[in-house]
Write a protein that binds this ligand. Structure first.
Ligand code: SAH
Ligand code: SF4
Length: 359
C-alpha cells in the first residue's frame, strides 16, 4: 500500500464517514448501482485497500479514501494472536483497537472516544483526559478494519472473520450515546453482526443504560463496578457520586428484564483496595440480586496510578468467596500485556509510537 500525497489524501471524502444511504454522493457521475457495490465493500466484505474493490472501475477506486484514520502503529503480541492498532484522525486525535484471536473466536476491543472525561483513578485513558467523541464512522471503521484484516491477512489459528466486538477500549460509550448507537446500528444492519456478539461496557451511566434497554437490540451489557459500597466506589470511579450503586443496580435489572440478556459485572482487582473479603461478599450480594456473571481482571498498573495488582493469594481467595456464595465468576486473561494492549493501558504509550503504515 502506497500513500497518496498528504494534501490529496486530506481533501478526499472518507467513505466510512458518510452515512451508508448517502454513498451515492461520493460517486456523482456513476450510475446508482455503484453506490450499492461500494456499500457492500464497506460493510459486507471489507477490504484494506480501495484497490481491492475489484468490481469498481479503476478511476472510481482511485477517488475513494476508505479509512477516516491513518494507522500510526501496528503492534503484534502474544505470538501473533494479539494485534493492537493505534489510529490517528486528520485532526490528530488518536484512538486504539485491539484484536485478539482464539481457536474458535476473534474479539475486537474498540474505542468510543479519544480519551475519557470520567477520570477513574486506575485507568490510563482516564488519566489522559478527554480529547473528543468519535464519530459513528470512526467507530464502525475500527470494526470494518479488523474484519478486512481477518479476511485478507488473518491471525494464526483463528477464524477469518470477526465474531465479537467489545466496547472496552478508550472512552465511555454511553457518554457518546447517539454516535455509538449509529455505529452499533451499522454493525448490526449493514455488517450483519448479531447484537448478541456485541458488548457495551459502561462505568455506569444510568440514563444511557435505560436508553439502551429500549433500543430493541439484545446487546450484552457489562457494568464496570470495581467496588461494592458507595464510599469506595466514589473514590475509584468519580461518576458514582452522580449514579450511586443502588441506581445502577436498578438500571441493570431493568436492562436484563427488557432485553432478556444477562448483565455482567467487571471488577478490576487492586491490591488491598477491592480484593478484600468484605468487598467480595458485598459484590456477591449485588451479583446475586441482578443475576450477573462476574469478570475479574487483575489491575494493569498504569504509569500514573498508585494502585497495584493483587497477589495471587488475594485473587484466589476473592474468587473462592464469590463461588462459595453461588456467583459465576471468570478471571479474564491478560491478553496483550506485552504490547500494552490490555484494558486500561490504551493510549498510555503516547509519545513512544512509531509510524508504520497507512490504512
Ligand atoms: N468506559 C467503559 C469502557 C472502557 S474501559 C468502562 O469503564 O466500562 C474497559 C474496562 O477496562 C473497564 O471495565 C475498566 O474498568 C477496565 N480497566 C480500566 N483500567 C484498567 C486497568 N488499569 N487494569 C485493568 N482493567 C482496567
Ligand atoms: Fe473512562 Fe472507562 Fe477508563 Fe473510567 S475506566 S476513565 S469510564 S475509559
Amino acid at each position: 500500500m502506497t500513500s497518496p500525497p498528504a494534501l490529496a489524501y486530506a481533501f478526499r471524502r472518507v467513505a466510512y464517514s458518510i452515512h451508508p444511504d448517502d454513498l451515492g454522493s461520493l460517486l456523482p457521475s456513476e450510475p446508482p448501482y455503484r453506490a450499492s457495490q461500494l456499500r457492500r465493500w464497506l460493510y459486507v466484505t471489507p477490504v484494506l485497500d480501495p484497490e481491492d474493490m475489484t468490481n469498481l472501475p479503476a478511476a472510481v477506486r482511485r477517488e475513494i479514501r476508505l479509512w477516516p484514520f491513518r494507522v500510526v502503529a501496528d503492534q503484534v503480541g502474544d505470538n501473533g494472536t494479539t494485534r493492537k492498532w493505534l489510529f490517528e484522525a486528520d485532526d490528530g486525535a488518536q484512538y486504539e483497537a485491539v484484536l485478539m484471536g482464539y481457536p474458535r473466536r476473534t474479539t475486537l476491543c474498540i474505542s468510543s472516544q479519544a480519551g475519557c472525561a470520567l477520570g477513574c483513578t486506575f485507568c490510563a485513558t482516564g488519566q489522559f483526559g478527554f480529547e473528543r467523541h468519535l464519530e459513528p464512522g470512526e467507530i464502525v471503521a475500527q470494526v470494518a478494519y479488523a474484519q478486512a484484516f481477518l479476511r485478507q491477512i488473518g491471525l494464526p489459528g483463528s477464524p477469518d472473520r470477526l465474531t465479537n466486538v467489545v466496547f472496552m477500549g478508550m472512552g465511555e460509550p454511553l457518554a457518546n450515546y447517539n454516535r455509538v448507537r449509529e455505529a452499533i446500528r451499522r454493525m448490526i444492519e449493514e455488517m450483519g453482526m448479531s447484537a448478541r456478539s456485541i458488548t457495551v461496557s459502561t462505568v455506569g451511566m444510568v440514563p444511557g443504560i435505560r436508553r439502551l434497554a429500549d433500543e430493541g437490540w439484545p446487546l450484552n451489557l457489562a457494568i464496570s463496578l470495581h467496588a461494592a459500597d458507595d464510599e469506595l466506589r466514589s473514590r475509584l470511579v468519580p461518576i458514582n457520586r452522580r449514579y450511586p450503586i443502588s441506581d445502577l443496580e436498578e438500571a441493570a435489572k431493568e436492562y436484563a428484564a427488557k432485553t432478556g440478556r444477562r448483565v455482567s459485572i467487571e471488577w478490576t482487582v487492586m491490591d488491598g483496595v477491592n480484593d478484600i473479603p468484605e468487598q467480595a461478599r458485598l459484590l456477591a450480594d449485588i451479583a446475586r440480586r441482578i443475576r450477573a456473571h462476574v469478570n475479574l481482571i487483575a489491575l494493569n498498573p498504569t504509569p500514573l496510578s498508585t494502585e497495584k495488582a493483587p497477589s495471587r493469594e488475594a485473587m484466589d481467595r476473592f474468587v473462592q468467596i464469590l463461588r462459595d456464595m453461588g456467583v459465576n465468576v471468570t478471571v479474564r486473561d491478560t491478553r496483550g500485556r506485552d504490547i500494552d494492549a490490555a484494558c486500561g493501558q490504551l493510549r498510555a504509550e503516547r509519545g513512544r509510537r512509531q509510524p508504520v503504515s497507512i490504512g
